[in-house]
Design a protein around this ligand. Structure first.
Ligand code: ZN
Length: 295
């Protein structure tokens, strides 16, 4: 499943092909993906210019000249293929092998700059919607959504405000989308490891009695942003060119320090610990019992 850094990588790959261009032709090949497409989807897109391409948590947001926003979510397996300047720049994917559209190519955007962007989604957990820009924060996708972890909103103070008095395990609190939006399992494990925090410590332990952030709260905020920024950076460097923008960028696995390393020696210099897996709310947590002691 694409996590937040992969979605940001996709956004950066799509941006040069979409922003400033008009939808000249839109092909919608099914009535639905995970959810039905909005009414008159094609009609509401054709002729509109994309004025900006943003991201909120794991949603891509294309601002249209009509005042609506095209909201796109990649679900489990969604990806975009961008073709520009003819066949020579088409990536060497299965796409070529049978020519034309594949069975899982559900939406095709033709743009006024000559680019063709195809949305492919084998499992169809992704979706697209059209929402007025003016009401986006209160629309069904975004109402009640937590803060953006890659932005400046995330700080020690914010963590203190969100976690004060919470007995929930830290891991669960960090995955709670109503507090911080779009932070996935992999990056939470990595951030807790680098900060030296036990995943089962109560979330409220990052807050002093006076309601102020502890040193660890400040560190955690910085480290979350670093871990995500490094992953975005790694994703950016794997984009061969903007002709290929798929969500399957290998998840930068070589750079994980604890995630999926059960029984391997801890990577911290001089640490004799072994990476351990525990299950929290049905999901695997990886941590080093030596570096991440329960205080
Ligand atoms: Zn260790």
């Amino acid at each position: 499943m694409p996590e937040l850094p992969e979605v940001e990588t996709v956004r950066r790959g799509l941006e040069p092909a979409m922003v400033g261009a008009r939808f000249t032709r839109v092909i919608q090949r099914r009535p639905d993906l995970r959810f039905p497409f909005p009414e008159r989807f094609v009609e509401r897109l054709e002729g509109q210019e994309v004025t900006a391409l943003g991201r909120r948590a794991k949603y891509l947001l294309a601002d249209l000249s009509s005042g609506e926003v095209l909201v796109m979510h990649l679900g489990m397996s969604g990806r975009f293929l961008v073709m520009q300047d003819g066949a020579t720049r088409m990536p060497g994917e299965f796409h070529h092998e049978h020519g034309g559209l594949g069975a899982h190519d559900h939406v095709v955007f033709g743009l006024s700059n000559g680019a063709t962007i195809t949305y492919n989604d084998a499992r169809r957990f992704g979706f697209m919607d059209l929402v007025p820009r003016s009401g986006i924060e209160t629309s069904k996708h975004f109402a009640g959504m937590g803060i953006e972890p890659l932005g400046n909103e995330l700080s020690g103070e914010t963590i203190a405000r969100l976690f004060a008095g919470k007995r929930t395990p830290l891991k669960a609190a960090l995955l709670d989308q109503r507090l911080i939006a779009g932070l996935g399992n992999i990056y939470v494990c990595e951030a807790l490891f680098r900060t030296g925090l036990h995943p089962e410590a109560p979330a409220g332990s990052l807050v002093t009695k006076k309601g102020e952030p502890t040193d660890k709260a400040h560190q955690l905020a910085d480290i979350i942003r670093d871990v995500l920024a490094e992953a975005v950076e790694a994703g950016g460097s794997t984009l061969r060119d903007h002709a290929q923008v798929d969500g399957s960028l290998g998840y930068f696995q070589h750079s994980f320090r604890v995630y999926d390393r059960e029984n391997e020696p801890c990577v911290t210099p001089d640490c004799t610990g072994t990476v351990t897996r525990l299950v929290q709310s049905g999901r695997s947590t990886f941590y080093c019992p030596e570096c991440q002691k329960r205080s």
